[in-house]
Design a protein around this ligand. Structure first.
Ligand code: NDP
Ligand code: HSE
Length: 442
């Protein structure tokens, strides 16, 4: 695309739901500012949707609307394609065809990028166009660009994020208003935060896709969504919330990526030779002393730890139409200015993934037990046998409702899993209730 000699830049929009409609509105409202900043007159000249007759939250002139996205992708007069359909198909085909047609692409589609990063960046580089995805991670938070540009020379050691607005909204409402999980989820859906299939949110898969993108960007190694160990928030109970509140924690769906292993040198901004990348998403008890504990509702945050920068945190609205549209508009304007992201043309080597079983964590475990003498000794023996050291223990309730709640010291994940399975088979343990990692509790 050569926009330097052109006054008008034509944008084709694929999808006009929560995000696409907000982007349409924001771009219309920002025309004067865009012209002043980029010197170009941007206009959306085609909008592809599934159902042309659907009522939209924004007025789209009927002559712009089509129901065949190939009409947008194949239109030679369109310079930039903005993809807000989501999912793998047909988005993969549409983005590929756009790039092959020499159109730069801006997408909010984390699911796709977390699976086809190199393939799509390869195509963009081969066709000398840009592929941008700021909106795919953390909504309005400019974390992708911060990692690609501002922190390009930094050796990032760890990225810890709250990367899903829907789950953070649900957990906040359960904690602060004692709302039932299903009611909180419904609210998040009504507010436009949730994915078309909300199991991607509550099961942790949406955060896993975002973490894969952040890890790829931070460590300059291709991490895929399937590399990420993933547990969702479906099993978090009101009892866990009560314990967290009484004990100085907040329960959050955390996404953690870090480099581990030998050669922990400071001289490269990449995962150094021999280093592996550990990536996981799970609900955790986050100590109230950690800044991530105060991230509420649909807000997201990324807590970055760099060798030279030390700790820094980016915070903002992680979901919803307008915040996401803001990130898309920034990418579109960058595409118009032809400023290339630092790593867009460099293909990433495949990351070596560190096994989750070898990681160490502190843990919260609750067990439903018979309220009898000797039970605690039997349970403690299983912990001891598996080298899991108990930091604190509390009995909640009595008789038929007795629950033992443990917080451990740092323990190996495989040892902890073995402990859980052996505890589950003790006759004095009616069932293993909850199991969460503990974070930021130094
Ligand atoms: P929506 O379901 O609200 O919108 C999807 C849009 O795509 C709809 O307009 C739909 O058309 C259209 N569409 C679906 N299939 C086709 C097709 N085959 N051809 C043409 N159009 C099609 O999703 P969102 O706006 O919430 O999400 C869009 C993307 O943005 C996803 O990748 C999502 O992960 C991402 N995202 C979403 C955020 C959010 O807060 N919602 C935040 C950050 C990223 P129709 O309207 O006619 O049904
Ligand atoms: N469903 C996603 C979330 C949208 O709740 O965070 C933003 O990516």
């Amino acid at each position: 695309m050569n926009t330097s000699s052109r006054k008008v830049v034509s944008v084709g929009l694929l999808g006009c739901g929560t995000v696409g409609a907000s982007f349409f509105r924001l771009m219309e409202e920002s025309r004067a500012q865009i012209l002043e900043t980029t010197g170009a007159e941007l206009s959306i000249t085609k909008v592809a949707v599934k159902d042309k007759n659907k009522q939209r939250s924004v007025y789209i002139p009927p002559e712009l609307i089509c129901d065949d996205p190939m009409d947008v992708v194949g239109d030679d007069s369109i310079d930039i394609v903005v993809e807000c359909i989501g999912g793998i198909n047909p988005a993969l085909e549409l983005i590929s065809a756009s790039l092959e047609g020499k159109k730069s692409v801006v997408t909010a589609n984390k699911e796709l990028l977390a699976r086809h990063w190199n393939q799509l960046h390869d195509k963009a580089a081969a066709n000398k166009v840009q592929l941008f995805c700021e909106a795919a991670v953390g909504g309005a938070i400019p974390v992708v660009r911060a990692l690609e540009v501002s922190l390009a020379g930094e050796k990032i050691r760890r990225v810890t994020g709250i990367l899903n607005g829907t789950t953070n909204y649900i957990l906040t409402k359960m904690s602060e208003e004692s709302l039932a999980y299903e009611d909180a989820l419904r609210e998040a859906q009504d507010l436009g935060f949730a994915e078309a299939d909300p199991t991607a949110d509550v099961g942790g898969h949406d955060a896993a896709s975002k973490l894969a993108i952040l890890a790829s960007t931070a460590f300059h190694s291709e991490v895929k969504a399937d590399d990420v160990f993933c547990e969702g928030i479906e099993k978090v109970t009101a009892a866990d919330m009560d314990f967290a509140k009484r004990s100085g924690y907040s329960i959050k769906l955390l996404a953690v990526a870090e480099t581990l292993g030998p050669n922990d040198s400071d001289d490269l901004p990449t995962a150094a030779a021999g280093q592996k990348i550990a990536v996981r998403v799970y609900p955790a008890m986050v100590s109230l002393t950690h800044p991530l504990a105060s991230v509420r509702l649909s807000f997201n945050a990324c807590f970055l730890e760099g060798a030279a920068s030390g700790e820094l945190m980016l915070y903002g609205r992680g979901a919803g139409g307008l915040p996401t549209a803001s990130a898309i508009l920034g990418d579109v304007m960058t595409a118009v200015s032809c400023a290339s992201p630092a790593i867009s043309s460099a293909l990433l080597k495949r990351a070596e993934i560190y096994p989750v079983g070898k990681l160490e964590n502190k843990y919260y475990i609750s067990l439903y037990v018979s309220d009898q003498s000797g039970v605690l000794a039997e349970v403690a023996e299983v912990f001891a046998k598996n080298k899991v050291s108990i930091r604190s223990m509390e009995q909640i309730g009595m008789f038929d409702e007795a629950r033992l709640v443990f917080i451990t010291h740092l323990a190996n994940e495989d040892n902890m899993q073995r402990t859980l399975s052996e505890l589950g088979s003790l006759t004095c343990v009616e069932k293993v209730g909850s199991f969460l990692r503990v974070y930021g509790d130094e």
